[in-house]
Design a protein around this ligand. Structure first.
Ligand SMILES: *Cc1c(COP(=O)(O)O)cnc(C)c1O
Length: 394
């Protein structure tokens, strides 16, 4: 058979076979037909490469205007997501950040108001201060006393329930699940939610990776979502879509959120190109059960590291592994550099295991572990030209 990119025929054949498997038919080999560099990238699950099935869905999507709410692919995805989460309505947004910011802006009215959240949360650390600039809200950070997840007792300490004119009353509690790969247990969400609602405080969930908690068996999507007035979920992390997130809530929430979304430029025209791929991501990778296998692989990686004498800073509960680099006596920069020598991309001690990480990436990682934990340096640079990358086994 013909070869492309100079790759040996046998390897190319394997690639082609997998591409056809993903597309259920004859497809061209291109950037969509194999994971490519994502197969060796532990930096985040945002690096997942969209698949041929997503490309095919985009090619056959409807192309009507979503600001006019005319596009059936987008309307269907929103209805499907409302149904899946047990909420009245859903609204497409471009990113997880946009999802949180639109939802929080929608829930809050006018100052004075405060939002209570975990001090490590995405809205606190990674959203460019949007809650302050878009809502004018005071954010009150909570420290989890158990070191893992916030409890009702922790939340109560930072929540302000007062009509004293000196106070900044709490109008919203924003939780995150998973946070650093750690599950917020369903019972804790239920406790916080019941208490918050008794005090007329709304509940938002940053559920960018809620899929992972559900896949780990912590609770159903519907049971988790029942605790919250609004939830944002990402299609573009572990589920592997190229673009998109969704926010869910009641119909009144959705109507106001459309308004807020428009005000920050998030109203899309031919949104089907985004929603067609997102639908495939949910069906193939969440409903298709691929996340559970990632969790098993994450546990395998963590156990390997520990078996070689490494320490971890967090246990594996979902798809993240946390190497204690300080205890291993290596700096973050050096660890990243050594990783490059075996053809792996790393961000530091946190490794994110997504569904395109396969056996080959794990064996490269094992080589790295061996060197790092023996205080040795690796020689040379690894070959990792795209055509040499193999498919992960499913
Ligand atoms: C990634 C992430 C987001 C935001 O996602 P973007 O799409 O990158 O804006 C929000 N919250 C959490 C917890 C995330 O992990």
């Amino acid at each position: 058979m013909a070869t492309t990119n100079g790759a040996p025929a046998l390897e190319q054949q394997a690639v082609q076979k997998e591409a056809q498997h993903q597309a259920n038919g004859d497809v061209a080999i291109n950037n969509w037909s194999q994971p490519g560099p994502a197969a060796f990238d532990f930096r985040s699950d945002v690096v997942t490469t969209p698949t041929t099935r997503m490309l095919n869905a985009i090619a056959s999507t409807s192309l009507l205007d979503d600001v006019f709410q005319d596009d059936p692919t987008t309307n269907n995805l929103e209805a499907f997501m409302a149904d899946l989460t047990g909420k009245e309505a859903a609204l497409l947004v471009l990113s997880g950040t946009m999802g949180n910011q639109v939802a929080i802006r929608t829930q809050l009215l006018a100052p004075p108001h405060s939002v209570v959240t975990d001090h490590r949360s995405h809205i606190m650390e990674w959203e460019a201060g949007g809650v302050a600039s878009l809502c004018g809200a005071l954010v009150k950070p909570v420290t989890p006393s158990n070191g893992a997840y916030v409890t009702l007792a922790d939340v109560k300490k930072q929540t302000v329930i007062s009509s004293d004119i000196h106070a900044c009353p709490t109008k919203l509690i924003s939780l995150e699940n998973t946070l650093s790969g750690i599950i917020l247990p369903l019972e804790e969400c239920q406790r916080i939610s019941t208490w918050a609602h008794q005090h007329d405080i709304l509940m938002h969930l940053d559920g960018a990776r809620l899929w992972e908690a559900v896949a780990a068996g912590a609770g159903s999507l519907k049971d988790y979502c029942a605790c919250f007035d609004s939830i944002s979920l990402c299609f573009s992390k572990g589920l592997g879509a190229p673009i998109g997130s969704i926010i869910v809530g009641n119909k009144a929430f959705r109507e106001r959120a459309r308004w807020v979304r428009k005000s920050i430029g998030g109203g899309l025209r031919q949104a089907g190109v985004v929603t067609a791929a997102a639908r495939v991501a949910v069906e193939d990778n969440f409903l298709g059960g691929k996340l559970k296998a990632c969790h098993a692989r994450a546990r395998q990686i963590s156990e390997l590291w520990i078996s070689k004498g490494g320490k971890v800073t967090n246990p594996v509960e979902t798809n993240m592994v946390w190497f204690d680099l300080d205890a291993a006596g290596i700096s973050t920069e050096k660890f990243i550099e050594e990783g490059e020598k075996v053809g792996l991309r790393l961000l530091g001690g946190r490794l994110v295991v997504h569904y395109q990480i396969g056996d080959e990436a794990v064996s490269r990682l094992e080589k790295l572990m061996q060197a790092v934990l023996k205080g040795k340096q690796l020689n040379g640079t690894a070959e990792h030209a795209p055509e040499k990358l193999q498919f992960p086994t499913e």
